[in-house]
Design a protein around this ligand. Sequence first.
Ligand code: SAH
Ligand code: SF4
Ligand code: F3S
Length: 460
Amino acid sequence: MTEARPKHEKSVFIRTYGCQMNVYDSERMVGLLKPLGYGPAETPETADLVILNTCHIREKAAEKVYSELGRLKKIKTAKSERGEEMSIAVAGCVAQAEGAEIIARAPQVDIVVGPQAFHRLPELLARAARGRGDILETDFAVEEKFDRLAARVADGPTAFLTIQEGCDKFCTFCVVPYTRGAEVSRPVDAIVAEARLLAAQGVREVTLLGQNVNAWRSTAPAGCGNDAQWGLGELCRHLALIGGIDRIRFTTSHPRDMDEGLIDALGEEEKLMPYLHLPVQSGADNVLKAMNRGHTAEHYVRLIERIRAVRPDIAISGDFIVGFPGETNKDFEATLALVEEIGYASAYSFKYSRRPGTPGAAMPKQVPEAEKDERLTRLQALLDTQRRGFNEAQIGKKMPVLLEKTGRHEDQLIGRSPYLQSVHVSAPKSMLGLIASVSIIGVTPNALAGALTKEGEAAA
Ligand code: SAH
Ligand code: SF4
Ligand code: F3S
């Protein structure tokens, strides 16, 4: 047993960019640093260690890191003039992709650590303290990482749980296969153990994470079907057996990996929430082909039809890229037509960003920025109308809302509907963490307004 150290000897500030996987990783970093005496710092100015957990997906995301490093340099210099020390670590996908460049451009950085090596932070900090110069750690050590992470500490009634890492799809626009490495699935037992630990700490909803979460595969656990290969559908049904876990979500799925087992589970397993994030990127087959997505627009539309046949109320969400090289106006119109046909409850849309080292960056017929801007504005207007329509259609309905946090007003709690909409409810703090019965009474630009039903009030 290691000796218990005094609480919060030092403090760490983590700024997280990018996707939910980075949010999960940041939470695990906090857990990893706790036994070393690190507690949370409110601001970089008051921290002994600042970690930027970065995202490389689009140029803007990567640029933000360098401007933040400029700000941190000033803080570090001011502190050192007062005789105080501050270490700076860059983690995440920019660290993986541009580690050497970070060290060259930003000498104030002490440690650069990639997303599959951050479990080594304790050793790296020790090395940095011994003044071992530039520290760059970008191994792809996924299995070692999960084995070495400290026990999970929950923070509220919802939690992310990474079940799959990396990506083998190599869409021609995307950096993820290079920054996160090859697809690796965590074994069932490890996932179940983490989910149980979360449930024991009051977590009611888990969101299973992976860049291609529905590519998750693993051998069934002992006693569950003699070495059968399980997919995400079986895993979700298995996790649904854990007492305390009432809601299960997963993100992000790929249309090529939506198998029957998962579609059936969406239709049958009540704990699986009726919300599916299934990016399509474009509605034009030639663009999908150039993107190496491996399916057609028709395939996607039929897939959504099959899913809606088993779960008619499911909310569909997606990602779109406009202005991929070679995308014509006609191709873009095909994307708008696909959006019209599907009807999205929510969506993310982006202008194509040319990423160094990806095949798309070298493709001819890059689309001018002004054209991309115009297409994005049109697409977002349509998606926004659909989102508002979906939200307004909930008015008058009664639904279970998981009350997650306090709102800005007295006696206001904020929760999530089954469709992942934010719901503002007037309810006492004592109901935090409960799933309450709520009537939807209105919509605001970014949320639903709800009121506790009679049963909901009885639970208060
Ligand atoms: N694994 C997920 C997505 C991960 S990245 C999937 O396959 O769907 C999240 C989203 O960022 C992508 O779906 C895509 O819409 C967008 N994206 C990725 N690379 C991009 C680029 N180079 N330019 C613009 N958007 C990009
Ligand atoms: Fe990127 Fe495509 Fe992999 Fe998604 S499936 S992470 S978009 S390469
Ligand atoms: Fe960004 Fe890396 Fe996630 S590039 S989107 S943080 S996997």
